[in-house]
Each structure stands twice: as structure tokens, then as C-alpha cells.
Design a protein around this ligand. Structure first.
Ligand code: FES
Length: 579
């Protein structure tokens, strides 16, 4: 029963007999169009905008209490607004009353706006892989200030519903969570939406994961778990590796120890799965940074299927011929432990990143490996060397000539994101075994040298005053790779690096971007921050801009869905809502 105060808000719509005669009426309720139907002796009111794409529902058909939208034929229960077709989402209902032969409407929509409601909708969107429901949930949760809960829900959904383990969707989610504070404030929910969509896609049609229980054991020695885990990954014994890892976490081994164990197994072979194995491992730890270590027992074992199946690059011809890179690397690894110990006696500050990167880019393998070994021995911190290799890898994208095959962008991408993963992982845990990744990353940069022939030069600043719109317009045109690089170089010359980061973030998020574009942006932003205020930092941004421009424009269907969700959420009319 409504109070007097509430009743003052109600709207006198029309005489009941008029609605009975016409069957449908549209009125404005608190700025939103409301449709009122008469059906078989009863009166119903709903938001007139179809929750799918905003088509006016008063143009739909009512049969036996079911409203059908004529655009994509979604069906709704007139009495509550719930949809029979999840792709369309529910429509907001309104209260109506008959008073003394007249129809009265409460203009306040009766849908729920709570965090629980939208988290439940988010689950529905993930389960059914429905972009629009995901977009609406993200927009509403962002308004309610709920980000961590949203990430946690998507992350756990992604690992529980994919027997094949960790997915590119989860890597995208982690990447976007990492750079959320680097993109424009208004682009942040859009970034999360991309993450949600990719998690939903990577689980769609997949069998769920069923966890193996940890061992019941009194074994607590970290070195024993590391030895077991590496052995089981080596022989591709997936179940044994999963149980070992879950037991290690349940036993309470510190996060650094567990990271050391996984990173060691991810570098026991060269550049595993073109770098994805270590990259995914690193991303899993980064995702746990966002959602909490208490989920490690569930999240980390999802890495195992990919680790046991990974291709080992020493098995490939390109790493064996004409130079036997595995042979050279094996010699390095044999003395790496003692070199690190020796260097640890006198750790030193060092700023030779650019010089080392030049050698990695253009030197011969033995010379490059010898120099890095020497620097380790002299006490240069491992993270300075890993950052140098990541910078060298980014330079491959800077100098990548567009005459190359388009698919070769993937080649430079793999090495850069691998080198970034080595660098980030070493910052998490300074593992001696993980340090091997510095060397095989450098060899992967070496293998790509022909992608810089001819060598695209670093653009010289032109002195032109470039706007953000100029950059976005260049990316908007097919083949605008070098033009984009020039514009970005001009912005950097004016000290506008942060604006470049935000502009490229916006350029990325407006596209139907794929896994590699998200990875490049995230790795590029993070490596740029290692080298900010140095020429290397600007060059990393230029390489990132060239990669993003090469993969744009796309159809931008994700942006369209997100735009519809945002406008529906704001109460805007998307199509003519004439009464
Ligand atoms: S079903 Fe109504 S707009 Fe698509």
C-alpha cells in the first residue's frame, strides 16, 4: 500500500476505458519513457526501451501476458519484465494502480540497483556469454564503486569453467586490471567490460574444471615441492603436477616460494610456447595481486595444462639452425648460479640499458650471451638486465618495416611480452632459475633481426603541435602505422607521454581488440614506466603505438554494445519513443 507522500508522485495516465480501447499508452516517467499495456483485464507498465537495443516496446506485440519486441523477437513477462531470452536482459517494471476508473503510474522504476543484483547479472552474462548483460553489469557496478568483486568473480569463473586451464581471456583480464589506472577514468569500465567478454568467450562451450585434491602429507620442504613440480612438468604429468602445486599452496608455502617453483618450471625449456607459458604464469600471479592470495589454490593449478602441453623451442629448427642456440644457452646455464652468486657480492647501480639493448639487437649470439654473463658476474642487478632485454624487444616493433608480412607483428609481439614477463616475474621473485629467461629472451630478439630489414628509423620530432584527435584519426585509417608513430613522437617531444598512454589506451579500447593488442599495451605501459623520462621510454611508446595502429580499425562492435548499455543505463532513448 502506498503512502500519501508516495501517492503525490504518482501520475494520472488516462481513464481505464481509454487504455482498454487503445491497448497501449506511452508516458514520460522521471525522464524515461514508460509503456502501459492493457491485456486480458489487467494493466502492466514497463520501461518502453527494449533492454536489448532500445527499440520502443510499445511497437511490440502482446499475447497471453507475453510481450514480444519486434526487432530481435525477445520475449518478456508483462507482469515482471523478466525476459524469456537472456540475450535481451530484463526490462524494468513500474507499479500501476486503478483508482476510480483511472490508470495511475508510479514513475519510479522497480528494478533493483544493488551490488548483489548486478554481480548476479554479471554471473549470468559470463555463463551465457552475453556481451550486453556484461556491459550493463560493469557499468552499474562501476557506478556503485565495485571493482574488486567484479574482478574476483570473473577470475574464479574463468578458472572453474575451463578444463583446459588458464586462458587468453584470463590474461586479458589481468592485463587490463594492471593498467586500469593508466587509462582515462571514463575508459575504465570499458576496459573491464573487454576483460569480462574475453573471459566469457574463453569458457563458452568448454567443459568445467574439476580440481584434484591436495595430497595428505607431512611434507613441508619447499625444495621438495619445487623438485616434484619441475619433474612432473618435464614429463608432462598433468595430474601429478596439479596435485603437487595445490598441496604446496595448502601447506602454506610463501607466495614467493610458489612463484619460484612455477617460474622455474616455466623456464626449464627455452621460450616455451613462444613465451606464453611464462607470460601466463606471471599473469596468474598478477591476477592474484588483484583478487587476493587466498584464491591461489584455485587459480594457480589452472596453469598446469598449458605448461605440460607447451612447445619447447629447442625442439624447433629455427632455434637449432644455423646457430645452435640451445647449445650456447646450456653452457651459460651451467655457470649461471655461480655467476649470480659472484655478482651478488658487490651489487652495483648500472645505467647501461640502451647500450646493452643495441648489442642484443645487432650482436651475434655468443657475443650477446657473453656480455650479459659478464654483467651478471659484475653485479648488475638481474632486473636491470631483464629490463634491457625487454627494451630491445620493444625496439623490434619500433623498427618493424610494414613491408613485412602482417603476421610477423605476432613474432615481435611474442618476444616483447615474454621479455616483459621475465622482467615482471624477476621483480616479484629474484630467482636464479628464472634468470635463464633473460638469456633466452635475448636470443629470441636475435632471431627476429630480419624483421628490421629494412630498418624503419625512429621518427624525428617535427615540432608540430599534435592533438589527441590527430593520433586517433591516424589510427583510424588503414595503414596509418608510420603516421601514428610520427604523431606520437611529436607528442613525446613535448613531454606529453602520459597523454600518449591514455590516448593509446582509448584507441585500443574502442576496437574489437584481440589478445595480442591487450598484451602489447599492458607490457608497453609497464616497460615505459621503467624507462620514463629517458629516450628508451618514448621509443617503447612508439613501438606500442605502431602495433596498435597496425591492428586498427576493426568493426568496433564491442564498443557499440557498450555504448548501448551505457545509454540504457543513463535512461537515454535510443530510438524514437513517440507516445
Ligand atoms: S529484441 Fe528488442 S531491440 Fe532487440
Amino acid at each position: 500500500m502506498s503512502t500519501d507522500l508516495e501517492r503525490e508522485i504518482w501520475i494520472d495516465v488516462c481513464p481505464l476505458e481509454e487504455l482498454e480501447r487503445e491497448g497501449v499508452k506511452v508516458v514520460s516517467g522521471e525522464g524515461r519513457p514508460v509503456v502501459i499495456f492493457f491485456d486480458q483485464g489487467r494493466v502492466y507498465a514497463l520501461d518502453n526501451r527494449c533492454p536489448h537495443m532500445g527499440f520502443p516496446l510499445h511497437r511490440g506485440t502482446v499475447t497471453d501476458g507475453i510481450l514480444t519486441c519486434h526487432w530481435h523477437h525477445a520475449k518478456f513477462d508483462l507482469a515482471g519484465g523478466c525476459t524469456f531470452d537472456p540475450f535481451a536482459d530484463d526490462v524494468a517494471p513500474y507499479r500501476v494502480e486503478i483508482r476510480e476508473g483511472a490508470v495511475w503510474l508510479d514513475p519510479r522504476p522497480q528494478h533493483k540497483v544493488s551490488q548483489e543484483h548486478w554481480l548476479s547479472k554479471l554471473s549470468e552474462g559470463l555463463e551465457q556469454n552475453i556481451g550486453l548483460v556484461l556491459a550493463k553489469s560493469v557499468v552499474a557496478l562501476d557506478e556503485l564503486g565495485v571493482n574488486a568483486g567484479l574482478l574476483r568473480k570473473a577470475a574464479l569463473f574463468g578458472v572453474r569453467n575451463r578444463a583446459g586451464g588458464w586462458s587468453s581471456g584470463l590474461s586479458i583480464l589481468a592485463s587490463l586490471a594492471n593498467v586500469l589506472q593508466s587509462v582515462d577514468r571514463e575508459d575504465r569500465p570499458l576496459a573491464l567490460y573487454h576483460g569480462m567478454v574475453h573471459v566469457a568467450r574463453s569458457t563458452a562451450g568448454q567443459p568445467p574444471a574439476f580440481d584434484l585434491e591436495p595430497l595428505e602429507t607431512t611434507e613441508t620442504r619447499p625444495e621438495r615441492y619445487t623438485e616434484w613440480f619441475r619433474r612432473f612438468i618435464e614429463v608432462r604429468a598433468s595430474d601429478a603436477a596439479e596435485r603437487t602445486l595445490r598441496t604446496a599452496v595448502r601447506a602454506g608455502l610463501p607466495p614467493e616460494t610458489v612463484a619460484d617453483m612455477i617460474f622455474a618450471a616455466s623456464t626449464d625449456h627455452l621460450f616455451m610456447d613462444v613465451g606464453h607459458t611464462l607470460d601466463f604464469s606471471n599473469k596468474a600471479f598478477e591476477l592474484l595481486d588483484h583478487i587476493g592470495w587466498e584464491h591461489a589454490e584455485e587459480v594457480l593449478p589452472s596453469l598446469v595444462p598449458g605448461m605440460v602441453e607447451a612447445q619447447r623451442m629447442e625442439e624447433t629448427s629455427s632455434w637449432r639452425h644455423p646457430v645452435d642456440l640451445p647449445g650456447l644457452l646450456e653452457e651459460v646455464y651451467e655457470e649461471l648460479d655461480s655467476l649470480i652468486d659472484e655478482g651478488g657480492q658487490g651489487l652495483t647501480t648500472w645505467t647501461g640499458h640502451e647500450e646493452l639493448a643495441e648489442l642484443v639487437l645487432d650482436g651475434e649470439p655468443a657475443q650477446v650471451l657473453g656480455e650479459i654473463k659478464d654483467l651478471v658476474q659484475r653485479g648488475v642487478p638481474l632486473i636491470e638486465l631483464s629490463a634491457s632485454v625487454a627494451y630491445a624487444a620493444a625496439r623490434r616493433a619500433v623498427h618493424f618495416h610494414v613491408a613485412n608480412s602482417f603476421s610477423d607483428w605476432n613474432t615481435v609481439h611474442h618476444t616483447f611480452t615474454y621479455a616483459n614477463a621475465v622482467d615482471q616475474a624477476l621483480r616479484r621473485v629474484p630467482s636464479k632459475l628464472l634468470a635463464r629467461g633473460i638469456f633466452d629472451g635475448a636470443m629470441s630478439v636475435y632471431l627476429e633481426r630480419f624483421l628490421n630489414v629494412p630498418k624503419q628509423p625512429v621518427p624525428e620530432p617535427s615540432g608540430r603541435d599534435v592533438s589527441r584527435e590527430d593520433v586517433l584519426a591516424a589510427i583510424d585509417s588503414y595503414g596509418g602505422v608510420d603516421e601514428t608513430a610520427q604523431l606520437v613522437a611529436d607528442m613525446i617531444a613535448m613531454g606529453r607521454e602520459e597523454e600518449v598512454v591514455q590516448t593509446l589506451g582509448h584507441a585500443l579500447l574502442r576496437e574489437d581488440a584481440g589478445f595480442h593488442q591487450f598484451q602489447i599495451y599492458e607490457a608497453g605501459v609497464r616497460q615505459y614506466r621503467q624507462f620514463a623520462l629517458r629516450p628508451a621510454g618514448g621509443q617503447i611508446l612508439i613501438g606500442m603505438a605502431r602495433f596498435i595502429a597496425a591492428h586498427a580499425p576493426t568493426m568496433r562492435s564491442m564498443g557499440q554494445t557498450y555504448d548501448i548499455a551505457t545509454r540504457l543505463h543513463r535512461g537515454e532513448a535510443l530510438y524514437g519513443q513517440e507516445e
